[in-house]
Design a protein around this ligand. Structure first.
Ligand code: PGA
Length: 253
């Protein structure tokens, strides 16, 4: 088992262009000596992607988009295609973030199509999933997660080389209340087992599974010490270069 950790900062709908560029520069300055040991990914808003990707070109840092269209191209006013994202210099895209699922009613079928478009465009996909609070409390979270993982059926072992998972329990996102390391580890191991049974044992060993939901400098080392937690998808704490850097540093201990 030799999975390089991946720490991703999802800037959501925050920062002006100037602020987003400054944040990327600050993150680069603070972390450039670490980028060989851990993969570092910045996910700014669409409007910043070309500029931020330009700044990080010829560095080991990666950029990504927060969403992509389920269509390849066409008369879909306001949509952004996977190949546009790729052509702007990004190498990753988030698919299925709970804010997209909940506020924009994205269905598993659409998410499957988005993954297809992203892979065809040469992007790496970070597929996000996780249960809401009422499901966690009622105890049915594994069944709920299994249904979400079903979206990943039909992709080949080779396509899985470009797929990363991100377990993000909805009750932990932006709430300040993270899943504890045992809760997260349990779900990550469960997902790895699912990959082993449905794709292959080798793919299960190679696939990175990130944790997301209130990751902060104070809890990162604990979460990232678990055997099946291969990195973090960070929202709020990625908006400050110093706290994002502290999380990246925590992944190295
Ligand atoms: P948070 O967001 O770190 O602010 O909880 C995580 C995410 O939405 O990816």
């Amino acid at each position: 088992m030799n999975r390089k950790k991946l720490i991703a900062g999802n800037h959501k709908m925050y920062t002006t262009l100037a602020e987003g560029i400054q944040l990327a520069k600050d993150v680069h300055n603070l972390l450039k000596s670490k980028a060989e040991q851990v993969d570092i990914l910045i996910i700014p808003p669409f409007t910043h992607l070309f500029a931020v990707s330009g700044i990080l070109k010829n560095t080991p840092f990666f950029t990504g988009a927060q969403n992509c269209s389920s269509e390849k191209e066409g008369a879909y006013t306001g949509e952004i295609s996977a190949s546009m994202i790729h052509s702007a210099g990004a190498s990753f895209v988030l698919v299925g973030h709970s804010e997209r699922r909940n506020y924009f009613n994205e269905t598993e079928e659409q998410l499957h199509q988005k993954i297809k478009q992203a892979l065809n465009a040469g992007l790496q996909v970070i597929f996000c999933f996780g249960e809401p609070l009422e499901i966690r409390e009622a105890g049915g979270y594994k069944t709920y997660i299994l249904n979400q993982l079903h979206t990943l059926k039909g992709f080949s072992g080779e396509e899985w080389n470009a797929i990363t998972l991100a377990y993000e329990p909805v009750w932990a996102i932006g709430t300040g209340k993270n899943a504890d390391k045992e809760q997260a580890q349990e779900v990550h191991a469960f997902c790895r087992q699912w990959i082993s049974e449905n794709i292959s044992a080798e793919t299960a060993q190679n696939t990175r599974i990130l944790y997301g939901g209130s990751v902060k400098p104070e809890n990162a080392a604990d979460l990232l010490s678990m055997p099946d937690i291969d990195g973090a998808l960070v929202g709020g704490a990625s908006l400050q270069a110093s706290s994002f850097a502290a999380i990246v540093n925590a992944s190295l201990v």
